[in-house]
Design a protein around this ligand. Structure first.
Ligand code: SF4
Length: 312
């Protein structure tokens, strides 16, 4: 019998793959079934090492650029989307391509095109170098869009025509950070036009809300995801902002570990300590939902117990 303490795990819900990722994986699987191996995939189909390794084992070959794909070979574009030049290049070379871009990313692409057609300059909120950002910038002529990554970038903006701006966002951003940047944009440029609906996708915002819902009842949070996954890294940030020690692990969805407290008990603690209203509201929601939380009692062995969780 291990002398390690028993930890309770709260497992965030919803979690796991979103519909866009499921769809992209299925497209690669179907392409392999239809064409046989190998099928080339431009960029990691999704930012998940286990998915990528599994597809490699079935005959997918991952490349970064189209010139690595031999003539005549089938190629799939990743869920993050690609600049317009990529399918155009594939057509020129006569490649048989499948576009696994998530429809929610394609929606942002179309919005960008429409705004540029309407003569607006776009301020794009996103992370430099992320494939989704590269893909979205590649939908419009060079210079039609400016990237901002934080409020400081917004403050430093000097647009040629401040009355004729619009903003769009990457789909996998922090909901709270983005709201702050949108407020900064609207304060500096009151005439700026925003998207009608939310560009941050439902899967991203639901998972961030799920982390917030259990954070107040947790002592530590483990996020299972890849370091190049924007969604996973945002979940770590959300948990840390809620005051929970958070770590990202390749083998671990969002799970909160707590030392024997239910959301209901944590709620009583917070009230007794005069905790802040927002945290109490979230605990109330978690305790009411009870539901959104799946519970289990896991005993960590010496090998798998994360070092960062050891109490001194
Ligand atoms: S945009 Fe949202 S739903 Fe689509 S693949 Fe990305 S995270 Fe998933």
């Amino acid at each position: 019998m291990s002398d390690k303490p028993v930890l309770d795990l709260l497992i965030a819900a919803p979690r796991g793959f979103c519909a866009g990722v499921d769809r992209a994986i299925r497209i690669v699987e179907l392409a392999i079934e239809k064409h046989g191996a190998p099928v080339y995939v431009r960029h990691e189909i999704v930012h998940n090492k286990f998915v990528v390794d599994r597809l490699k084992a079935r005959g997918a070959i991952f490349v970064e650029e189209l010139d690595e794909v031999p003539d005549g070979a089938p190629v799939v574009f990743s869920a993050h989307g690609v600049p317009k030049s990529v399918p155009a290049n594939a057509v020129e070379r006569g490649l048989d391509y499948l576009d696994a871009t998530c429809p929610l990313v394609s929606k942002v692409h179309r919005q960008a095109e429409r705004l540029v057609e309407a003569g607006r300059h776009i301020v794009f909120i996103g992370h430099a170098g992320h494939p989704e950002v590269i893909g979205t910038f590649g939908q419009v002529p060079e210079g039609a869009m400016t990237l901002v990554e934080n409020v400081q970038d917004v403050e430093a903006l000097e647009p040629a025509d401040p009355a004729n701006l619009a903003f769009l966002t990457q789909t996998t951003l922090s909901v709270d950070d983005t709201a702050e940047m949108v407020r900064a944009l609207q304060r500096r440029f009151p005439a700026i036009q925003g998207p009608r609906g939310e560009d941050i996708c439902y899967a991203t915002s639901n998972r961030q809300a799920a982390v917030k819902a259990i954070a107040a009842a947790c002592d530590a949070m483990l996020v299972i995801g890849a370091p190049n996954s924007s969604n996973s890294m945002r979940l770590v940030e959300v948990a840390e902002r809620e005051g929970v020690r958070a770590r990202r692990r390749l083998r671990a969805g969002a799970a909160g570990a707590r030392a024997g407290r239910s959301p209901r008990h944590a709620l009583h603690d917070q009230r007794a300590r005069g905790g802040d209203d927002a945290r109490i509201d979230r605990l109330q929601a978690a305790a009411r939902a009870g539901s959104g939380l799946r519970r289990g009692r896991w005993r960590f062995t010496r090998r798998c117990r994360p070092r960062c969780w050891r109490r001194s």
